[in-house]
Design a protein around this ligand. Structure first.
Ligand code: HEC
Length: 138
């Protein structure tokens, strides 16, 4: 049987629709967002992070500005964590501005940093470099 170009085109369109709808519908089918309040809070926290442009001075996984330290693992760093971040945001330092965040913004921001921390380690000393240059973070 000879494949007609129009059939190939229609097949590709169908594949595109099925693939796209699967990707966008899947989280709702799995009910991922409803089940996990931490995830909702941290995605709101990401918006706070973007609103105040923390990335202009800080990095996540080494990407961002270099005035302040990398914050990927600040949540679990020894001697730091939630109380430390709270204090840092409230008082600032001569190099780090005070943002006068509301309580809710601050809670969300910390939830975001907690999720970032849970996603892996940003310390390059723990990275394993693969033969193709990709990096496996622990
Ligand atoms: C103008 C640049 C700048 C911006 C913008 C900024 N910071 Fe900072 N931040 C710093 C600097 C610099 C330090 C290091 C403190 C010091 O040495 O005085 C710091 C330190 C911190 C620390 C402590 C990190 C550690 O490991 O000691 C946290 C947490 C932090 N910032 C969170 C934030 C958050 C959240 C935002 C966004 C609301 C933000 N920062 C925006 C400059 C900035």
């Amino acid at each position: 049987m000879k494949l007609k170009p129009v059939n190939i085109f229609l097949f590709m369109c169908l594949a595109f629709i099925v693939f796209s709808s699967t990707i966008y519908i899947k989280p709702y089918i799995l009910n991922k967002y409803k089940k996990n309040p931490q995830l909702i809070e941290s995605s709101e926290g990401r918006l706070v992070w973007q609103k105040y442009n923390c990335q202009s001075c800080h990095q996540l996984y080494g990407l961002g500005g270099y005035l302040g330290p990398d914050l990927t693992n600040v949540y679990s760093a020894p001697g730091k964590g939630e109380l430390f971040i709270n204090a840092m945001l409230k008082t600032g330092t001569p190099k780090m501005p005070v943002y006068h965040l509301s309580e809710i913004e601050q809670t969300r921001l910390i939830a975001f940093l907690k999720t970032a921390d849970a996603s892996g380690s940003a310390d390059p000393r723990n990275f394993t470099t693969l033969y193709n240059g990709m990096i496996l973070a622990k």
